[in-house]
Design a protein around this ligand. Structure first.
Ligand SMILES: Nc1ncnc2c1ncn2[C@@H]1O[C@H](COP(=O)(O)OP(=O)(O)OP(=O)(O)O)[C@@H](O)[C@H]1O
Ligand SMILES: [Mg+2]
Length: 300
């Protein structure tokens, strides 16, 4: 039995004017670390909201450990720990109280030791008595992660858990989530940090305009498309024949080359255009390159 099954899930908003999901089907196996990627508005949060029972699909069905999220809502919800993308919190409670209330909501008694462990693993131990209102944005997100895990759900769903989170917590968070995954928990992650997805996820699905446009093992996604990337810094404008195919971030330009001969052609073109180049590197394409290639190539 899969951990999560999406079966032809569709979602429209505003009386059918906006089609956020178009017949999305895939399974996530128990124990998998699975990534759901896609640009803003692709439909990731819509899919997770249906999974969480917060919103109803316009068509199709979703089940968690075999429990339909509509017909068997309580069983499905018990199996899920969801970290929402939006920061939602109750300003009247302390961090520890918020976690105790959440335990009560799931009917878990005597949960003190696990709450203490969550607070420690998420770097919140010294904030246990702080009021939710007094926390910074990144700390509120840590509490949301702790709240999602309070009933030890077998399936953990994280909708952009590291947005606005500092480097140290990101590492702490991933260590903790990776540990839970090793202990058998299934993880579904959405993120715009593609290096995180590349490092953590065994399989990745890419959504564009509500449709799955790629779904494969991370290593196969990289191997299937990977080619050589030329990276360098420059203050000059790239010659037009390279500008069209380059990915430019500030002073950094990246250009894909299929083989060594193409690397030579690119360097010759730069030289001929008198385009000065610093910090030249030649490396393999990463998940960000693969993502851009798939998104540009995928038909809407
Ligand atoms: N409540 C709503 N009413 C109308 N349209 C909505 C609603 N919620 C989402 N949408 C639309 O559905 C589409 C998918 O949105 P969704 O939030 O699922 O995207 P996403 O992949 O999570 O994006 P992001 O990366 O920005 O979080 C978008 O076109 C969005 O405008
Ligand atoms: Mg979203």
């Amino acid at each position: 039995m899969p951990a999560i099954r999406f079966d032809q899930v569709s979602k429209t908003y505003r009386g059918g004017q906006v089609r956020a999901l178009d017949s999305v089907s895939f399974d996530i196996q128990q124990g998998e670390f699975f990534g759901l990627l896609g640009p803003n508005g692709a439909g990731k949060t819509s899919l997770i909201s249906i999974l969480a029972g917060l919103s109803q699909a316009s068509g199709g069905s979703v089940s968690v450990h075999g429990h339909d999220v509509v017909r068997n809502y309580a069983e499905a919800r018990m199996s899920l720990g969801i970290v929402p993308q939006e920061l939602v919190f109750d300003p009247f409670f302390s961090v520890r109280e918020a976690l105790e209330i959440q335990s009560g909501y799931f009917g878990v008694r005597n949960n003190g030791a696990w709450i203490t462990e969550l607070l420690e693993c998420l770097g919140l131990a010294d904030k246990a008595k702080a009021n939710m209102r007094q926390l910074s944005g990144g700390m509120k997100r840590r509490v949301l992660v702790a709240q999602a895990l309070v009933h030890r759900p077998p399936v953990i769903v994280l909708d952009e858990p590291t947005a606005g989170v500092d480097v140290e917590l990101r590492q702490t968070l991933w260590q903790f989530i990776a540990r839970l995954n090793r202990e058998g928990h299934t993880v579904l992650l959405t993120t715009h940090y593609l290096e995180e997805a590349e490092a953590l996820c065994q399989r990745i699905a890419m959504l564009k305009l509500g449709r799955i446009v790629a779904l494969d093992r991370t290593s196969d996604l990289l191997a299937g498309r990977a080619s050589t990337m030329l990276r360098f810094k420059t203050d000059a404008a790239l010659p037009p024949q390279l500008a069209a195919q380059a990915r430019v971030t500030g002073r950094i330009a990246q250009i894909k080359a299929h083989d060594a001969a193409e690397v030579e052609t690119i360097l010759a073109t730069l030289r001929a255009a008198n385009c000065p180049v610093e910090d030249l590197e030649i490396g393999r394409a990463d998940l960000e390159d693969v993502f851009l290639e798939i998104m540009q190539g995928a038909q809407a």
